[in-house]
Design a protein around this ligand. Structure first.
Ligand code: NAD
Length: 354
């Protein structure tokens, strides 16, 4: 039976498609940008040049210094650049690291943001910002952080290496899986979550086989967008908590960690979320969704054990302690011994049986 629910949608415009980047100037002008700053990581500087050319006179420069985990000193340097160049808008091209820098500046200035995502991480659909100072990552939520416009251009994802596409896509699936049992979930979010998971589950193996498969790339980017909407609209649970703790405690890589942890966090929550498991059985076309997500990781060539990402075995207790010291809401209560088993299974890389 349909239960009562609250549905809120984000005030954000999306332009999606092959070569959608051609819309960038019009979209920047629609946001009243006259002196836009294009942000990227050093590796994506060439893409930033391309966007700068498309922006024409609307572009006031490129700032290719975005850094993983949004360090506050990098943001401060960018803020000085924004002030001294009279920047009136931010155009971020890249993955979550670049989007993070744009959000960090917007949080401090309320400048409009136009984002062109090049991975499947999903930060562009949220009003959340994680930033790092003195080795500690903290998260803030604020309406100024949510980008105004997102252009999903499939072209920019064609060069994303197959292995990175696989883990980035599973990172996106994790957002949708947790939306299926979020305390603030609703039937509309569940629709987005199911179709997002379906799209990525079918397209990621095809991308592994042929990274230039435009149809699979389009499907994956569409799925990533749906999963990102789930992240932006619902609370996350044990899976995201474990990934935040692992990233913060052992500096483990973001998408790889999500890929390893997801099957184990889902297997733990499975007995408490029958409706989500029914949905996952349907979209993943399997009786054992957690095991299928583990198999998907192997299929796209990802590592499936935290020990292979560099986590030491004696770190397991630390992860359990930090997770339980300040837990997120979770559909199944968190018992220390059971969580230790979850972390141990993720560390060892054993395939769950649900
Ligand atoms: P990333 O932005 O660091 O990109 C990963 C790597 O891929 C980088 O080396 C980048 O240069 C490269 N890359 C990006 N696009 C490419 C392309 N098209 N072709 C080739 N190489 C490309 O990582 P990410 O996984 O996109 O994002 C992770 C970061 O985003 C983390 O810091 C995470 O905390 C944050 N994040 C935040 C939110 C949020 O809502 N605040 C949501 C998801 C992720």
């Amino acid at each position: 039976m349909l239960e009562s629910f609250v549905y809120k949608s984000a005030p954000l415009k999306v332009v999606f498609g092959l070569s959608a980047k051609s819309e960038v100037r019009g979209e920047a002008e629609a946001l009243d940008m006259k002196r836009a700053l294009v942000l990227s990581t050093p590796e994506q500087a060439e893409m930033a040049e391309e966007i700068s050319d498309l922006l024409g006179p609307t572009c006031a420069g490129i700032y290719p210094h975005a850094t993983m985990h949004t360090p506050v000193d990098v943001t401060n340097a960018a803020m000085a650049h924004v002030a001294s160049n009279a920047i009136d808008g931010l155009v971020s091209i890249g993955g979550g690291s670049t989007t993070g820098l744009g959000k960090a500046i917007a949080y401090r200035t309320d400048l409009p943001q136009l984002v062109l995502p090049t991975t499947y991480a999903g930060s562009e659909m949220t009003d959340m910002l994680g930033q790092t100072k003195d080795g500690i990552k903290t998260t803030v939520r604020d309406p100024r952080i949510l980008p105004e416009t997102v252009i999903y251009d499939v072209d920019f994802t064609l060069g994303l290496p197959a292995w990175l596409s696989g883990i980035s896509g599973i990172n996106a699936i994790a957002h949708a899986v947790e939306a299926l049992y979020a305390p603030d979930g609703n039937p509309v979010l569940s629709l987005l979550a199911k179709d997002g998971i379906r799209a990525l589950h079918t397209s990621l193996p095809r991308i592994t086989d042929d990274p230039s498969d435009v149809e699979a790339r389009t499907e994956a980017l569409y799925g990533a967008w749906l999963c990102a909407m789930c992240l932006g609209a619902s609370r996350v649970a044990l899976h995201h908590k474990l990934c935040h703790v692992l990233g913060g405690s052992f500096d483990l890589p973001h998408a790889e960690t999500h890929t390893v942890v997801l099957p184990h966090a889902l297997a733990y929550n499975a007995p408490a979320v029958p409706r989500a498991m029914t949905a996952l059985r349907e979209v993943l076309d399997t009786e054992t969704p957690a095991a299928e997500l583990f198999r998907l990781a192997g299929r796209v060539g990802a590592k499936t054990a935290l020990r292979d990402l560099g986590m030491p075995e004696d770190g397991i207790d630390k992860v359990v302690d930090i997770t339980l010291a300040n837990p997120y809401w979770n559909p199944r209560s968190l018992q220390s011994n059971a969580i230790r088993e979850v972390v141990r299974a993720a560390w060892a890389g054993t395939c769950p049986d649900v």
